[in-house]
Design a protein around this ligand. Structure first.
Ligand code: G3I
Length: 327
């Protein structure tokens, strides 16, 4: 059986800290993903301005100790982060052809620069809302629905050997007729892409989960979701796993044990298929985007492993479960 692949997101500042990189490697992660440095607004803030240094730092420091790097992400237009897409794009006066040319230049320059070191890209992130409609932002408005197809074709042209993923949250359920319109829309899009030979190779299930929500993956629907994408010939990766717990809701030890059980289900399901991998969105509670109070990461704010960390660890003979960080 293949050794399960584990990754974590990382920032350039964390990558500059050798002790943090040792913690990443010691956690069993064999790869990292830039947490935000490759977003358009960060890496390409003006038409002729490229901010390569943060990604260069992550790639250089990570690969120097044998970690792989996945690209995240070439295009994400969500309005809830103001610096995600730069104003020169969102407020420009564009024709369809001019914006397509800009999109192609953006993707091509980034993929070309890292083609020998980054071999998997989350090309497009979160293009649908919960109703299954396309998110309304400049690329959708000016180019139309086919902006996503063009993004994947540009990335493939820039590096035909790269694995190209569509990345989304909230589609970890719904395969068993659960009325998940976003899941239905994503499945329909990638089915159309694979039917027409658009170069998409996999799906990133973000898996930002919450023990309080009913849409937690269960042992029936989650495998059915993965199978539905596998049936199209796609690989399925968990790309941003964290599991929020509400410590006021129940006995902490029960919450952390349940967090570990959900993690084990996600890992068991993803690891069962070739090309699967599980990426956590930050190793410890204090570096997770939700903040320490959410207790959503595999390690607590003092770096102690929780049951989630044990569930992520590849099953190694004789491994003693680490002491439980129960607070
Ligand atoms: O650290 C810089 C600071 O030096 C600078 O002054 C400031 C203004 O530019 O930016 C700061 O960087 C912020 C960064 O987080 C670090 O805190 C960025 O503004 C902010 O946009 C960035 O937010 C990230 C967000 O994606 C947008 O890129 C979060 O860290 C990151 O956890 C979050 O991750 C997303 C995934 O990419 C997609 N799925 C959802 C997930 C959570 O929202």
């Amino acid at each position: 059986m293949m050794t399960p692949i584990r990754l974590t997101c990382i920032t350039a500042r964390q990558a500059e800290d050798p002790s943090y990189l040792r913690h990443v490697a010691g956690s069993g992660c064999t790869g990292v993903v830039p947490e935000y440095e490759q977003q358009w607004g960060q890496i390409h803030p003006a038409p002729d301005t490229w901010n390569w240094q943060p990604t260069d730092t992550i790639v250089q420091r990570a690969t120097a100790i044998g970690l792989t790097v996945e690209g995240h992400c070439l295009v994400w237009g969500a309005p809830d982060y103001p610096d995600l897409m730069p104003a020169w794009v969102t407020r420009g006066s564009w024709t369809r052809d001019a914006l397509l040319a800009t999109l192609q230049d953006h993707i091509t320059r980034i993929v070309h620069r890292y083609a020998d070191r980054i071999h998997t890209w989350r090309v497009v992130n979160e293009a649908f809302d919960d109703t299954g409609a396309r998110r309304d932002f400049v690329l959708q408005q000016v180019i139309g629905d086919d902006w996503i197809e063009h993004a994947f074709r540009y990335a493939h042209a820039a590096d035909p050997t790269a694995t190209l993923l569509y990345n989304e949250y909230g589609i970890e359920w719904g395969a068993l007729g659960g009325g998940n319109h976003k899941y239905d829309a994503v499945l329909a899009m990638v089915r159309d892409f694979t039917d027409r030979g658009v170069p998409v190779h996999g799906i990133g299930l973000q898996c930002h989960l919450d023990l309080q929500y009913p849409s937690l993956p269960d042992e029936h629907d989650f495998p059915a979701v993965v199978e539905s994408f596998r049936d199209l010939g796609l690989r399925v990766q968990t790309t941003e796993l964290d599991i929020r717990v509400d410590r006021s809701a129940a006995e902490p030890s029960t919450l952390l044990r349940n967090q570990g059980l959900v993690t084990a289900l996600v890992c068991r399901t993803i690891d069962a298929h070739p090309g699967g991998s599980v990426c956590v969105w930050g190793l410890s509670d204090d570096t997770n985007w939700l903040g320490a109070a959410a207790a959503a990461a595999p390690y607590d704010e003092r770096g102690r492993p929780k049951p989630m960390a044990d569930a992520l660890a590849p099953a190694t003979p004789g491994r003693q479960p680490a002491d439980r960080a129960v607070r």
